[in-house]
Ligand binder design. Structure first.
Ligand code: SF4
Length: 264
């Protein structure tokens, strides 16, 4: 009798355990743990053209630069500006927005706030309305006000010209600082890595990184420092006109005989 009761208890225990495991499974499947970013996998036919050594990548980069510079001799910063402060404002506004959209907003904005001192005293709601069309206007207003107040308080309203000082300003990261240093001060301290530069660098076989800072670190040794600002202008221009995200026009691309991602 005792043995029969013990066996019965064992069976009940097992069923409970099974049920618990079963009900735990869907919960696990539903959990939204962030997937680690994977590096792009190279298809076999692309591996042949992929530059393998640092020397090969450098030679390829030099050739790309020459051809793109010939194709886009007027490549330049597409954000309209007349000084470092205006470029800083426009670059902050350009996050998650098009340069065209920013250029529509800035003429009135620069008229209203000619410098950091004027913008530092801006009414938050008013500024929000003025930049609303560029998207994420609340965060951008916060960055613009914080940046302008920091410039007015610490730099006499002037924009500093070092990476260290610029990246201390609210709303200013390495990418924005590179834009200002390269285009307003003519200083090649780094390479601006935006969505176009990210896509083209990978397609052209210059990096397999996906993080902007790591891509910049891969790109910098491939080009002489005096070309760093122009490198990003050229890649951005090519990304907008030919090497479009969804449908790259490889058949008319001047890099198609070298590019490991060419479809022709
Ligand atoms: S060949 Fe195609 S993928 Fe390569 S850079 Fe040109 S357009 Fe882009």
């Amino acid at each position: 009798m005792k043995a029969r009761q013990a066996a019965k208890k064992k069976i009940v225990k097992k069923s409970v355990k099974k049920l618990a495991t079963k009900s735990a499974k869907p919960a696990l499947a539903k959990s939204k743990a962030p997937k680690p970013k994977s590096k792009p996998v190279l298809l076999p036919h692309l591996r042949e053209r992929w530059p393998r050594t640092a020397a090969e990548r450098k030679a390829r980069a030099t050739e790309y630069y020459g051809r793109l510079a010939a194709m886009y001799p007027d490549a330049h910063c597409a954000l309209n500006h007349e000084n470092a402060f205006q470029l800083l404002v426009a670059t902050i506004l350009s996050a998650q927005s098009t340069d065209k959209g920013v250029n529509l907003v800035t003429p009135a904005l620069f008229k209203h706030y000619p410098g950091a001192t004027e913008m530092a005293d801006a009414e938050r709601e008013e500024l929000e309305t003025e930049i609303k069309s560029t998207g994420f206007f609340r965060n951008k207003t916060k960055s613009l006000l914080g940046m302008a107040q920091a410039l007015a308080a610490s730099y006499g309203g002037k924009v500093p010209d070092t990476m260290e000082e610029l990246t201390q300003l609210p709303g200013v990261g390495r990418k924005t600082a590179n834009v200002i240093l390269g285009n307003a001060f003519g200083k090649n301290i780094g390479i601006v890595v935006d969505t176009h530069v990210t896509r083209l660098s990978e397609r052209l076989g210059l990096t397999r990184e996906t993080d902007a800072v790591k891509i910049e670190t891969d790109l910098m040794p491939l080009f002489p420092s005096e070309q760093w600002t122009m490198v990003s202008h050229l890649l951005i221009e090519h990304g907008r006109r030919i090497c479009i995200a969804r449908a790259p026009m490889c058949e008319i691309c001047p890099l198609n005989d070298l590019c490991p991602s060419s479809r022709v």
